[in-house]
Design a protein around this ligand. Structure first.
Ligand SMILES: [Zn+2]
Length: 405
């Protein structure tokens, strides 16, 4: 879509101000003042809004976001939690697994979209037939991965296959000696490198931080999941400035409903400033995952992955921390609208609102109503109500709002 966004509060290249942005061919073509309209551009007057780069969720398991929170914490480590919750033959895991993989992945896509995420890092295989330009958000495509030391297949082979692309692995997820030994174990295997991305790092020791710094490895921080399962999270205050850090939600099995909740949780730990968190979900993530098309920034030539929020006179970092899914006015993925509030949707001729996000009507990409209906039909209305998925009541569709939760 060709767009001219007028008089929007803008933050880019470390400067703030009011700017016009010209969007076309999926990119930010121009940033300036009083840009003239070119045919056939649609013009939006956005003087009451602030524009931010689309957020990058550095860790999720997209197909696992239909699950409720499971387990009875605290646990010593990930393996103890996984053993306790893995019951594919019984409710609620069995009901959720009735839903097709494609529908579960799409539900995970919507989870990310409603919090302004335009790129997500999915920790599991890349499903070529589902992801791609028709999926609600962009999914990192070039990566190597394995689950963890305990659940991984062949870690050395997975690392070798990554060939310098980000190699993503859960590690040090817990508070016991098993967790505390995992970083040095990875180092001894020769898989701790500049492209290694460690997810969690709850049990990182001073020596681990030194090693990761020396090797140039990065960390994905998931505070909500960590604090819930282990009562502790990664020592971000100690390692920031030495190790590149980004932020991820993990799935709803242990994490928060959305990345905006995770941003607030990260801030509430007192280990980071709002500005640092803003960097984590934008430029840090783009750098760690090798996104070279300008994602995470608002510069001319960058991919037009953007979000719009009502302006409140706050700094961009404060605005991000206070943001809720209901407030999102527009999300663009590669220049195409994926979510819009009714006034913006009308101006862009996108159509009527299709859903309620925290009670606020939104136009949203795709057929969310049909997706929710299929989920209800396969998982069962009663089962979904018995063990509520935290996203379910957050994202309602008109047709079935009455029936569910
Ligand atoms: Zn995970």
């Amino acid at each position: 879509m060709n767009l001219l966004l007028r008089r929007v509060h803008w933050y880019g290249e470390n400067r703030e101000g009011v700017r016009d942005l010209r969007i076309g061919n999926g990119k930010i073509l121009e940033v300036g003042c009083n840009l003239t309209r070119l045919r056939p551009e649609r013009v939006l007057d956005l003087s009451d809004y602030v524009i931010l780069p689309g957020l990058i969720n550095a860790h999720d398991h997209l197909e696992m976001n239909l699950f409720p929170l499971l387990g009875k914490p605290p646990y010593p480590n990930f393996y103890a939690w996984a053993r306790e919750i893995y019951h594919p033959e019984s409710h609620p895991v069995s009901d959720t697994l009735q839903v097709s993989l494609t529908d579960r992945l799409w539900w995970g896509g919507y989870k990310n979209l409603i919090s302004g995420v335009t790129t997500v890092v999915h920790h599991n295989p890349y499903y070529r037939k589902v992801f791609g330009h028709r999926f609600p958000v962009r999914v990192l495509r070039d990566y190597g991965w394995t689950h963890s030391i305990g659940h991984g297949q062949n870690i050395r082979r997975a690392f070798a296959k990554s060939r310098g692309k980000p190699f993503i692995i859960h590690a040090a997820e817990g508070v016991d000696s098993v967790s505390a030994g995992e970083i040095s174990h990875l180092d001894r295997m020769g898989v701790l490198s500049s492209n290694s991305v460690i997810v969690h790092g709850v049990a990182l020791t001073g020596e681990d931080i030194r090693k990761m710094c020396q090797r140039g490895s990065s960390l994905v921080w998931c505070p909500t999941s960590n604090l819930r399962l282990y009562g502790q999270t990664a020592p971000i205050a100690q390692l920031k400035g030495h190790i590149r850090v980004t932020l991820g939600t993990d799935s709803t099995l242990s994490g928060p409903p959305t990345l905006l909740d995770e941003i607030r949780a990260a801030h509430a730990t007192g280990q980071t400033t709002g500005e640092e968190i803003f960097q984590m979900v934008t430029v840090n993530a783009a750098s760690i995952f090798g996104l070279k098309d300008g994602r995470g920034s608002l510069q001319r030539g960058a991919s037009a992955d953007l979000l719009l929020l009502p302006e409140r006179g706050e700094s961009v970092a404060q605005r991000l921390i206070s943001a809720t899914p209901s407030e999102l006015a527009l999300v663009l993925v590669q220049g195409e609208p994926r979510l819009a509030e009714p006034l913006v949707a009308e101006a862009l001729e996108l159509g009527e609102p299709k859903c309620l996000v925290e009670g606020a009507p939104k136009w949203i990409y795709g057929d969310i109503g049909a997706l929710k209906k299929r989920i209800v039909q396969t998982a069962g209305c009663e089962n979904l109500s018995r063990c509520p998925n935290p996203l379910w009541s957050l994202l309602k569709t008109k047709e079935i709002t009455e029936k569910l939760i």
